[in-house]
Design a protein around this ligand. Structure first.
Ligand SMILES: Cc1cc2nc3c(=O)[nH]c(=O)nc-3n(C[C@H](O)[C@H](O)[C@H](O)COP(=O)(O)O)c2cc1C
Length: 186
């Protein structure tokens, strides 16, 4: 069984919905299971047990939510000390309200998360532009949810965005399954 851990934080449930959609994609791949955990509940042992690790964050002041960052600075850095996550598969997603469309900080948030995953030695799965729904809810770094409409009213993430997250889950699960047991790094 290939295990995908999805760690997220949320205030208004949009990032949670993206996490659940991504988990749905993972679960649609044979022999793959997804575990969705809030950042303040996820543990070092969860990280070590996973074949793939996905970090999802709301955009807060143009960057990572503090709860996700706390998880990175505590559990992930403990894993960094032991090289415990090297060679696992990693991926990210983010949800903003969309001030300036995806320019409201989703891109920077995902890049910051990817930087952390690279530091941990994970094999990063990008989001190709061929992914269905990419033009609505995708950046090359991963799926992004936009929870406000162009008038900045909070309408929540839409089905297109959730669909991109679902497809990303499929890609991540397939990659983790293909790489399971492979020794890529010395
Ligand atoms: C403290 C705070 C800072 C925020 N900063 C931004 C921001 O810089 N850019 C943006 O697009 N949205 C920003 N938002 C809006 C959230 O990203 C948006 O509501 C998102 O949907 C939250 O995800 P959630 O529904 O999972 O809580 C901010 C929200 C909060 C609470």
């Amino acid at each position: 069984m290939t295990k995908v851990l999805i760690v997220y934080a949320t205030d208004y449930q949009n990032t949670f919905k993206m996490a659940e959609a991504l988990a749905g994609g993972v679960r649609s791949v044979a022999d793959c299971q997804a575990s969705v955990k809030a950042a303040d509940a996820a543990t070092f042992d969860d990280l070590v047990a996973a074949d793939a690790i996905v970090l999802g964050s709301p955009v807060h002041m143009g960057s990572i939510d503090w709860r996700v960052k706390k998880f990175i600075d505590s559990c992930c850095s403990a894993a960094w000390m032991k090289d415990a996550l090297v060679g696992k598969v990693g991926a990210v997603f983010a949800t903003g309200s969309g001030f300036g469309n995806a320019g409201g900080g989703c891109e920077l948030t995902m890049l910051a998360l990817l930087n952390n995953l690279a530091e941990l030695g994970l094999i990063i799965i990008p989001l190709p532009k061929s992914t269905p729904g990419y033009t609505t809810g995708g950046l090359q770094w991963g799926p992004y949810g936009r929870s406000a409409n162009p008038k900045l009213e909070p309408v929540g993430v839409n089905e297109d965005m959730l669909s991109v997250a679902r497809h990303h889950g499929i890609h991540i699960a397939r990659a983790a399954k293909a790489l399971q047991g492979a020794r890529i790094f010395g």
